[in-house]
Write a protein that binds this ligand. Structure first.
Ligand code: UGA
Length: 460
C-alpha cells in the first residue's frame, strides 16, 4: 500500500520505518526543516534502539522516502497517518493546533479518496472534528475522506519491538472500507510474518496481536484510559512504598506478591521517583481536563498526578536529610533521561531533581549514556561528564535517577573509593541494599529498609 506519514517524531519515524520494513511504500514528511535535513542525510533526530537499522534497510529497499513537500506526500498516498505532536496547553488540555493544521494541508492537497488515520494521542471526539475539517476545507477538490483512529502503544526505548510485536492493534472506524484498509496495512504483523529485526529478549515471536475494531471515540478513549491506568499503578506503588518506609515493610516484597495475582499483574508497580516523559504526565492531564469538560470529576487521576509530583520533593528531602547541608556539597547524578534506553528528557523527574539541587546551592556533576546533549538544553550550571566514575570522583553523594543497566554493572568498589563520602541515593530502587551495605555505602532508596550502618536519616 502507498502510505503517508505526517510528523517525523518518535511515533512517526517508528511507524513509517516499521510499515516500510513490512513491505509498504511509505513517504514521510515533517514541517521542521532541521529534522528533515537530518533525515535526508540518513541520520536520526532521536535515539531509539534498533530504529536506525530498520530505517536504513527500508530506505535502501526504496520503500521509505522523506520529503518536505507535504502536498506530494498526501497526493501519493492511499492512507495517511497523522503523527504530529499534541503537547499540553497551560490548562493541561491537549494542544490540537498541529492536527488542525495538518487536516487543512491534507484537505487542500488531496485529489483522490484518502483514509486519514489519527495516530497522535488525542482526546475523544477529535476524529469527528478531523472529519469535519477535511470535508469543509477539501470541499472543492473532488477528494473524499474517511477518518479512523489507530492509537499507538509504543514505549520509548522499545518502540521498534513494540511495533513488530504489539499486544493489540486498535482501530476505531466508521465504515467497513476503513477497517479493510487498516487490516491490509497491518496484515504482515497480524500474520506474524515479520519478527522484530532487532533481536532483543523483550520481543519473543509470541502469539499474534489482537485486532480490535471499535468506534472512533472508543479507540481515542482506549489510549488515554490505558496511559492513565499505567500512571495510577505507579502512584499506587509509590504510596505503598511510603507506607513501607513508615511501617518497616519492603515495597518490592509487597508489589511482587500483589503482581502474582493475574487480576493485578506484575508490571508498572516499581516504586521510585515517579513517572515522567512526554506521554503519561500530559495524557493524564488531558484526560482529567476532557472529563471535566464533560461534567465528570476524575478526582482519582488528580490524586495520581499529585502523588507523582510529590515524589520529587520527597526525594530531595531524603537528600537534604542525608547530606544535612546541601549548599556547597558536590552531588553526582547518574541518569537524566525519563527512563532508560532513550535520550528523552522531557518531563524527566531527574531534570527537576537537578534543578532543585542547583537552586539549593549544590555543585552538580551529571552523566547519562545518551541524554547529555538534550539535558544541556534544559539545565544551567551543571557540569556534564561522560564517565560515571568521573561523576563519583570527590562527590558527597551519588544520586541514581534513571535505571540504566550500565549503572547496575558499575564497579561499585571503585565508586566507593572515588567518592568523598560514600553516600548513594537510589531513586529507582536499582541496587541491592544488602550488597551496598556490605561495600560500606550509606545507601537509601524508596520503600525498602535502608540497611545502612551509619544512617543519619530519621525513620519518621
Ligand atoms: C507510555 C506507555 O507505556 C506506552 O504504552 C504509550 O504508547 C506511550 O506512553 C505513549 O503514549 O506514546 P513511555 O512514555 O515510553 O510509554 O514510558 P513508560 O515506559 O510508560 O514509562 C513512563 C514513566 O513511568 C517513566 O518515567 C518510568 O520511569 C516510570 N515508571 C514506569 C515507573 O516509575 N514505575 C514503573 O513501574 C514503570
Amino acid at each position: 500500500m502507498r502510505l503517508a506519514v505526517i510528523g517525523c517524531g518518535y511515533v512517526g519515524l517508528v511507524t513509517g520505518s516499521c510499515l516500510a520494513k513490512a513491505g509498504h511504500e511509505v513517504m514521510a514528511t515533517d514541517n521542521d526543516p532541521a529534522r528533515m535535513a537530518m533525515l535526508d542525510s540518513g541520520r536520526l533526530p532521536i535515539y531509539e534502539p534498533g530504529l536506525d537499522r530498520v530505517m536504513e534497510s527500508a530506505c535502501a529497499a526504496g520503500r521509505l522516502r522523506f520529503t518536505s513537500d507535504c502536498a506530494q506526500v498526501v497526493r501519493a498516498a492511499d492512507a495517511i497517518f497523522i503523527c504530529v505532536g499534541t503537547p499540553p496547553l497551560d490548562s493541561g488540555e491537549a494542544d490540537l493546533s498541529a492536527i488542525d493544521g495538518v487536516a487543512r494541508q491534507i484537505a487542500a492537497a488531496a485529489r483522490s479518496p484518502k483514509l486519514v488515520i489519527e495516530k497522535s494521542t488525542v482526546p475523544a471526539q477529535t476524529g469527528e472534528q478531523l472529519r469535519h475539517a477535511l470535508g469543509v476545507y477539501g470541499r472543492s477538490n473532488g477528494a473524499t475522506f474517511r477518518v479512523a483512529s489507530n492509537p499507538e502503544f509504543l514505549r520509548e526505548g522499545t518502540a521498534v519491538a513494540d511495533f513488530f510485536h504489539p499486544d493489540r492493534i486498535v482501530v476505531g472506524v466508521e465504515d467497513d472500507g476503513s477497517e479493510g484498509q487498516l487490516r491490509e496495512i497491518y496484515k504482515p504483523f497480524l500474520e506474524g510474518r515479520f519478527h522484530c529485526p532487532i533481536h532483543e529478549p523483550k520481543c519473543p515471536p509470541g502469539p499474534g496481536p489482537m485486532f480490535l475494531v471499535t468506534t472512533m471515540a472508543s479507540a481515542e478513549l482506549i489510549k488515554h484510559a490505558s496511559n492513565s491506568f499505567l500512571g495510577l499503578k505507579i502512584s499506587y506503588a509509590n504510596l505503598i512504598a511510603d507506607l513501607c518506609e513508615k511501617l518497616g515493610g519492603n515495597v518490592e516484597e509487597v508489589t511482587r506478591a500483589m503482581g502474582l495475582d493475574p487480576r493485578i499483574g506484575p508490571y508498572f508497580l516499581n516504586a521510585g521517583l515517579g513517572f515522567g516523559g512526554f506521554c503519561l504526565p500530559k495524557d493524564i492531564q488531558a484526560f482529567i481536563r476532557l472529563a471535566e469538560k464533560h461534567g465528570i470529576d476524575f478526582g482519582l487521576l488528580k490524586e495520581v498526578e499529585a502523588v507523582n509530583k510529590r515524589r520529587i520533593e520527597q526525594f530531595v528531602e531524603k537528600v537534604r536529610r542525608a547530606l544535612w547541608v546541601v549548599k556547597e556539597k558536590t552531588v553526582g547524578v547518574l541518569g537524566l533521561a525519563f527512563k532508560p534506553n532513550t535520550d528523552d528528557v522531557r518531563f524527566a523527574p531527574a531534570i527537576e531533581v537537578v534543578r532543585r539541587l542547583i537552586a539549593e546551592g549544590a555543585t552538580v556533576r551529571a552523566s547519562d549514556p545518551f541524554a547529555i546533549n538534550r539535558a544541556r538544553l534544559l539545565l544551567d550550571g551543571v557540569e556534564f561528564v561522560e564517565d560515571p566514575y568521573d561523576v563519583a570522583r570527590g562527590a558527597d553523594a551519588l544520586l541514581l535517577l534513571t535505571e540504566w543497566q550500565e549503572y547496575r554493572e558499575l564497579d561499585w568498589k571503585r565508586i566507593y573509593r572515588e567518592m568523598a563520602r560514600p553516600l548513594v541515593m537510589d531513586a529507582r530502587n536499582m541496587l541491592a541494599p544488602g550488597k551496598m551495605k556490605e561495600l560500606g555505602f550509606e545507601y537509601h532508596s524508596f520503600g525498602r529498609p535502608d540497611l545502612t550502618a551509619n544512617t543519619v536519616l530519621a525513620s519518621s
